[in-house]
Structures are given as C-alpha cells and as structure tokens.
Design a protein around this ligand. Sequence first.
Ligand SMILES: *Cc1c(COP(=O)(O)O)cnc(C)c1O
Length: 399
Amino acid sequence: MIWYPYQQMKTMNEPYEIVDAEGVYLYTKGGKKMIDSISSWWSTIHGYKHPVLTEAIVTQAEKFSHVMLGGLTHEPVKRLADKLEKWLPGDLDYCFFSDSGSVAVEVALKMALQYHVNKGDKERIGILSLTNSYHGDTFKAMEAGDDEDYHFVLEAFGENDNVVHIPTEIDALEAAFSRYHASLNSFIVEPLLQGAGGMLMYDISFLQRARELCDKYDVLLIFDEVATGFGRTGNRFVADLVQPDILILGKALTGGYIGHAATVTNHKVYDAFYSDDPDKALMHGPTFMGNPLACSVALKSIELFEKEDYMSRIARITEIMHREMDGFTDPRIKEIRIMGGCICIEVKDSRDLKGFREFAYEHGVFNRPFLSYMYAMVPYVITEEQLVHVLEVMKKWFD
Ligand SMILES: *Cc1c(COP(=O)(O)O)cnc(C)c1O
C-alpha cells in the first residue's frame, strides 16, 4: 500500500495513473493526455522523455549506476562539480552533493553552525529565516521553515527560540540583525520567490540589504534555490544578482529525472573547514550523494539550458503570462502574481479552488492547487499555444 504525500489518506482523491510522458504531456491509464502545468513539482524544466537526458542516463547505466563517494570518485561527479564551479557566480566553488533538497538544506544549516564553531564561536546557534518560508520536510528544515502543516511539531516541542522568522521587509530585517546578530549563524531565504509558502514575491533590495548586514556581522547568507534556481524567477539564479555564502540547488538540477541536490559554498565557508584538525571536517555523507546517473543527467540538463537559450524562452513565457492575465479579475481573486516562469492566482477563500484539479484534468491540464493558491510553473519547452491553453483553463474556472 502506498502512503501518498501531503494527503489525508482516508479522504484523498484518486491520483491519476501515468503510463507515458513526453514533452509537456502526461498520458494517463484512462487515456487522457494532459499538459503538466507544474513540471512535476517544478523540476522537469525540459519536459519528459527528452532524448538527450534519457541517453545520458542509459549511457551511464551501462557503465555503473552507482558507487559511493566515500573513498571512491568518478568522472560524472567530477565533471558536474567542475561545471557548477564555472557556471555559478563568483566564488561559489565547492559542491557537496546529496539526494534531495531537504537534505541539502540540512547540510547547509549544519555547515553554517560548524563554520562558527570551527572559528571558535560556539554561541551562534540561531537561524534567521522568513515567515511563510519552506525549506523541506526534514526536522531542521521544518524548523527553519514556517509552514502551518507542521503545527503538531511546534505543539510537541514548543516555540524554538533558536529560529527567528521575519517578514520580507527591510525594517524587520534591520531590527532582527540589531537584536540577534551575536547569536545568529545564518540567514536562510528562498530568494525573490517563496514557493510552497504561496508563490510570494519580494524585491531584490531586501536581499541586497541582507547581504550588507550578513557581511557586517559575519552571519552566513544561505540561498535555498531548490525551487528558484535554473531560471524560475526569470534570473538564471538569484545568486547572479546577490551572492550568498551558501547556495542550495535541487529540483531542476537533474532536469527532473532523478532526485539530486547540491549545497555549494564559497571559499570563506570552505576555508573554515579546511584544516589539519579532523574535528573541523564536515561529517556528512548521504549514501547516494554524487550518484553517477544523477550527475550525468544534470550535466546534460545544464548543457541544454545553455544551448537552447532558456533565459530567452523564460522571458517569453513571462511576456505571454502578462499578455493573457493582466487585467483579468474576479471577485473571488485576491491577487495575481507573475515572476519568470511562475504564475499564481491567489483566491480569497480556499474553498473556491475545490474541484479545480478535476476541472483542469477534464480540459487536458494537470494542475494541483494548494490552500488558496492556483499556480503554474510550466516546463520551459512549452509552446505558446500550450501555455495559452493552460492560462485559459485557469481563467475559465472563474466563469
Ligand atoms: C522542494 C523544496 C525543498 C525540498 O526539496 P526535496 O527534494 O523535496 O527534499 C527545499 N526548499 C525549497 C525552496 C523547495 O521548494
């Protein structure tokens, strides 16, 4: 028996059974063809069954599908680390791989704490993070996040004094730094776009000020770009605009083919671990870190991203979203937000989205609204006609 994610098993709707997938389309057992408007949780940026990506996996699988990274290494992981070192901005040069975004967040938070401990400061046990943030489902990631789904954890453990949540306002940011700076090891954010918190968007000036304050107080700035990376905000990475000390990548890293993630640090962080003292080493090592299939497909995914000029495609997606949606209103709608390859229609009452998944399915679109958010994060290979259809279905719901 499968235990499905984020579901009350007793009352959940049947999931659609997928038997094939190609490009932006999913094919169900029931014979339905539908556009995946949310890219399988924001990951399949190149669409499904991409010949180049599939070949990368097959070719590597014929050699070896996995070897551990403890005491062993291999070409795909070396090439991916080299590629990321060159491709990512500034001196974000050191890649620690793991098997999922949540684990990569755990690694980042562990690094931030140990960074200070290694430098002789054991008092910095605090984390600053944002209200409505989401950083994954593991315990420390839940703690850093601010998601009401975990209310039972808060109830069980009580308020955690070591995590401070602030809204995305510069005043709140400055106040938090002046009050807590001596106890903070890091400030973790989903930069510009808070995904699972409701596709909330905020201004780059907030991150610029955060960078200044982090520099001033030696607090590590962590960008969780698991969702925002690889073009989703209309920037390749938000890290191209403001540089974090630690950058976390996941979801689209492998083009959505296999779970994999990376926690990438700059020289300052790495240097605090680099020592003759074994106690200063990073003690972490997921069994499947640097998996050769994942690294091979990630490399090809990045090559496609560059070769096919995805940044122009994403700009075009944004343009079409504005053209189709600007001026669209309904009394039930609270706000429509668009950024890069993401659109969100927030309604006033979540009950107004009940049944939308089935409605979209009937119209050949796979969508999965949550709370009061109807959103799309389309694959970048989507055609104008397909994208317009997705947006039409979203609008038609309000007829
Ligand atoms: C999805 C997500 C994660 C968790 O990644 P998993 O691979 O699901 O563990 C972490 N941070 C952000 C911003 C995410 O969107």
